[in-house]
Design a binder for this molecule. Structure first.
Ligand code: SAH
Length: 347
């Protein structure tokens, strides 16, 4: 199916905004702490000095994320399969899709992302892929099969890494894909080795967006593509310094359950990529295309099977389920945006 992206959903980059870029090191500092897990950074002569308190809060965040996915991934897989991300739907599609329809929408999300980044036309060039924040490896296995590429996935959750490797073995893909526990902010890879750097719904967990983007760029091969699909807050209007208090409050409540640090906007990502002189930077707001997703997840959670699995899974899953309506509210009120940001590393 073809993406129905309205031209207005492509966010263009006014030159005046580019020239008045805030330093990337200030990006997170300028946001109000959104949870106890938020990294506290102080900018000193353009560099980011991380305090001891911030270091331990980053560690707490890392542990929280690992535990969250250790506990919830089995439940998600049982109900939704191996893609732990939004589906991509035609805007205004009012049809009640069957389960398989939602899974198709998740595959479509991968396809639309590759197409948006221009990877589909370059598929022969894609030999090595890194899946940053790989979940149980749904994207890696799909992309490896589609392109015949080698794929390495990293996650903070040992349970996910094991399950991802087991699924790869079961699908006879172990020679192509592998998974390990590693931090996206300190990736265990050499510089410049991946033709495609893929981050599907992991960026929102990263406490230091500048470091995250730098790592993605570092491991990308010259000419390689970077794709970040992530939860963002709305772009701030000119002159606006921060979100409204009620907006921040809404995000804070989501952060606590889903182990997220401060959010940023798609414009912030674009600014970061521009500051690193990347090419062919594009972004889009796909919020309308994902609108049916959370209502569908809530519907499945409210089935008998969903409720039983939820209770068996544990408190983190239950709290996660109770937070889902806030995601819907955030999208409806325009605070939360589902963004894709892509670019190419210069040759
Ligand atoms: N991309 C996957 C999973 C998305 S869930 C999919 O679409 O199916 C978010 C993932 O990000 C989890 O696997 C989590 O472990 C990972 N993650 C979050 N912070 C991370 C970090 N700092 N380093 C590595 N992985 C991280």
């Amino acid at each position: 199916m073809k993406a129905t992206l309205a031209p207005s959903s492509l966010i263009s980059l006014p030159r005046h905004k580019v020239s008045s870029l805030r330093s990337p090191s200030l990006l997170l500092q300028s946001q109000r702490p959104s949870s106890a897990l938020m990294t506290t950074t102080t900018a000193s002569r353009g560099s980011v000095a991380v305090t001891a308190a911030a270091t331990s809060s980053v560690e707490a965040l890392r542990e929280g994320i690992a535990e969250f996915y250790n506990e919830t991934s089995g439940l998600w897989e049982e109900i939704w399969g191996d893609h732990m991300h939004h589906g991509f739907y035609d805007p205004d599609s009012s049809v009640q899709l069957s389960d398989s329809g939602h899974r198709e929408a998740q595959i479509r999300m991968i396809e639309e992302s590759l197409r948006f980044a221009g990877v589909t036309e370059e598929e022969k060039k894609i030999k090595r892929v890194v899946d940053v924040g790989c979940g149980i490896g749904g994207s890696s296995r799909y992309i490896a099969s589609k392109f015949g590429a080698e794929c390495i996935g990293i996650t903070l959750s040992p349970v996910q890494a094991k399950r991802a490797n087991d699924l790869a073995a079961a699908q006879s893909l172990s020679h192509k894909v592998s998974f390990q526990v590693a931090d996206a902010l300190e990736q265990p890879f050499e510089d410049g080795i991946f033709d495609l750097v893929w981050s599907m719904e992991s960026g929102e967990h990263m406490p230091d967006k500048a470091k995250f983007v730098k790592e993605l760029v570092r491991v990308a091969a010259p000419g390689g593509r970077i794709i970040i699909v992530t939860w963002c807050h709305r772009n701030l209007s000119p002159g606006e310094e921060a979100l409204q208090p009620w907006e921040q409050n809404l995000l804070d409540r989501i952060c606590k359950t889903f182990y997220l640090p401060a959010w940023c906007s798609t414009s912030d990502y674009v600014d970061l990529l521009q500051s690193l002189s990347l090419q062919d930077i594009k972004c889009a707001d796909w919020s309308e295309n994902v609108a049916p997703f959370w209502p569908a997840v809530i519907r499945t959670a409210l089935t008998w099977k969903g409720l039983v699995s939820l209770l068996r899974s544990g408190m983190k899953s239950i709290k996660g389920a109770l937070t889902m309506p806030l995601m819907i509210e955030g999208y409806k009120k325009g605070v939360i945006k589902f963004g894709i940001i892509t670019c190419q590393k210069p040759l």
